[in-house]
Design a protein around this ligand. Structure first.
Ligand code: GDG
Length: 483
């Protein structure tokens, strides 16, 4: 049973994110539990939160339920309630059907609805109030992601004593696209309430800074923005990139387990021992370029450049946002394409595509990474793409080829991947063939360089760098290098 240890204004470190690191689950038989949702962010922040005696403010994942704060594994959990209507308007609507497509360069058309915006403002205020209530005098509050862009300003207004950070996990678009947003000024002002605004790529930070100049005319010097305050002075806000990463050692540890390696061998066996296994792992999302990948693979089979005896494509498409119409349509399109390609090319002994619309335990994901000779990351736009980094971290054998879209944040760092423009289907096909045929020596050389990069910048490094920039911000913000 969770024990209620909550005290107002007691926490020196507060993380605010749409979802808590734990989900409330109700089983068929009526039993309930708080289940950990061990994402990368949780792994990154857990040690820091425990050391700082921190609090995590977020939604528990169920509608219309209020929960008291409680402690779990040394972290105080502060649930914020959302009604079913708010989930529709703030989360599925404004977050996932307005901001998500807009910030990913309008790959899908964003919907603009004033009721969604009103719900977004209302819910952001609720999160800000919960954080303000939890934070001690002078505490550090770190707000996560696009669902909560108004929280920094709301917090600063009620609690000017706080040190406020914000990290945007998804891209920030160029002004020509961003400026479509009817509430573009309010969102910029919301973010500028922070002391440090973090982005994945230097290009995202540049887009944000340009939007600030275009909309508000504030002076910017490198990564520092001069925001006028009420008493005629200026406040320094830093906007720069902090590329997120993964728990690289944790993934490698899993990959080295004998039972995981045995499972990788078994996967190859079960697929009929194809010479090459290609792998895609994505949430089923239109930003991930799954259709482009299938098109390229299908044409390679059609043209006889590869055969089903040579190569199988395993595509894990984990279920995502199934109540948003664009996602339902995407699923139908992908499943039609997979069905056609398998019908045209599979034999009784060899499937062209093993398509899996499931979520899997992490061990199984790691076994898949180990089994995959070629990893295909063909996103049309992606803030970072952690799958690319996870693949690399797991390949302690120094083998495997990463095919990586230039439109991912990861491609700024993972330069030794086979880089592709997924819109160029011919180029993508050539890259896939090149990856299949790459000599062992070349594979090893590239993988060694990729692995060094992921190990050197792991997720602990990411959070430490951000928090250092944040706690050294304010007067000394100008000292932060701007590259
Ligand atoms: C957003 C940004 C940015 C997926 N299926 C299963 C599973 N996963 C895990 C992967 C990976 C994570 O989910 C997905 O992370 P990505 O980075 O690839 O993509 P988004 O979900 O879109 O994340 C992205 C990220 O935030 C962090 O800032 O990199 O650009 O869009 O860890 O392994 N994990 C398990 N089973 C699955 O079926 N266990």
């Amino acid at each position: 049973e969770p024990d209620d240890l909550y005290v107002d204004q007691a926490y020196d470190m507060v993380v605010v994110s749409n979802r808590l690191p734990v989900d409330y689950r109700e089983a068929e038989d009526g039993s309930t539990e708080w289940r950990s949702s061990p994402g990368g962010l949780v792994t990154a922040l857990e040690p820091i939160m425990r050391a700082a005696d921190g609090a995590w403010v977020g939604w528990a994942g169920v509608a219309d339920r209020e929960f008291d704060p409680f402690e779990r594994d040394g972290i105080s959990i502060i649930p914020v309630p959302l009604s079913a209507a708010e989930i529709e308007d703030y989360y599925e609507g404004f977050s996932n059907d307005t901001l998500w497509p807009l910030y990913h360069d309008v790959i899908a058309p964003p919907s603009f609805h004033r009721e969604w915006w009103e719900a977004y403002v209302r819910v952001n205020r609720r999160f800000a109030e919960a954080a303000a209530r939890a934070a001690a005098e002078g505490a550090v509050v770190w707000v996560q992601d696009y669902q909560l862009q108004l929280v920094p300003k709301m917090l600063r207004e009620s609690r000017p004593d706080l040190v406020i950070g914000f990290f945007n996990h998804i891209p920030f678009p160029a002004y020509g696209i961003y400026s479509q947003l009817p509430w573009r000024s309010q969102v910029i002002q919301g973010l500028l309430g922070a002391d440090v605004i973090g982005f994945q790529r230097a290009a995202d930070a540049g887009n944000f800074t340009r939007a600030v100049r275009r909309l508000h005319g504030y002076t910017t010097r490198g990564s520092v923005i001069e925001v006028p305050d009420e008493d005629g002075g200026v406040r320094h806000v830093v906007a720069r990139h902090f590329p997120i990463s993964i728990d690289a050692a944790g993934f490698e540890e899993l990959a080295r387990r004998p039972e995981v390696q045995e499972r990788a061998r078994q996967i190859r066996e079960e697929l009929g021992n194809p010479r090459t296994i290609m792998l895609g792992v994505d949430r089923l999302d239109y930003t991930k370029g799954i259709r482009h990948r299938l098109k390229a693979f299908g044409e390679l089979l059609r043209d006889g450049r590869i055969s089903v005896e040579d190569a199988t494509l395993v595509q894990v498409a984990s279920p995502s946002r199934e109540r948003v119409e664009t996602y339902r349509q995407l699923r139908d399109e992908i499943e039609l394409t997979v069905g056609r390609l398998n019908g045209d090319h599979s034999t009784l002994g060899h499937q062209a595509i093993a398509y899996l619309h499931h979520g899997y335990p992490r061990e199984e994901m790691v076994a898949l990474y180990l089994a995959a000779d070629v990893m295909l990351v063909t996103a049309l736009r992606d803030g970072m793409n952690l799958v690319a980094k996870e693949y690399v971290a797991c390949r302690f054998d120094g083998d495997g080829v990463l095919v990586l879209s230039e439109f991912t944040g990861a491609s700024d760092e993972l330069r030794q991947a086979v880089l592709v423009n997924p819109h160029d289907i011919e180029g993508l096909k050539d890259a896939m063939v090149e990856a299949v045929a790459m000599p062992k020596k070349e594979r090893t050389r590239r993988m060694r360089a990729l692995r060094k990069r992921v190990r050197d910048n792991d997720v602990a490094n990411w959070s430490a760098t951000f928090l250092k920039a944040l706690t050294g911000s304010g007067a000394v913000a100008a000292g932060i290098p701007d590259t």
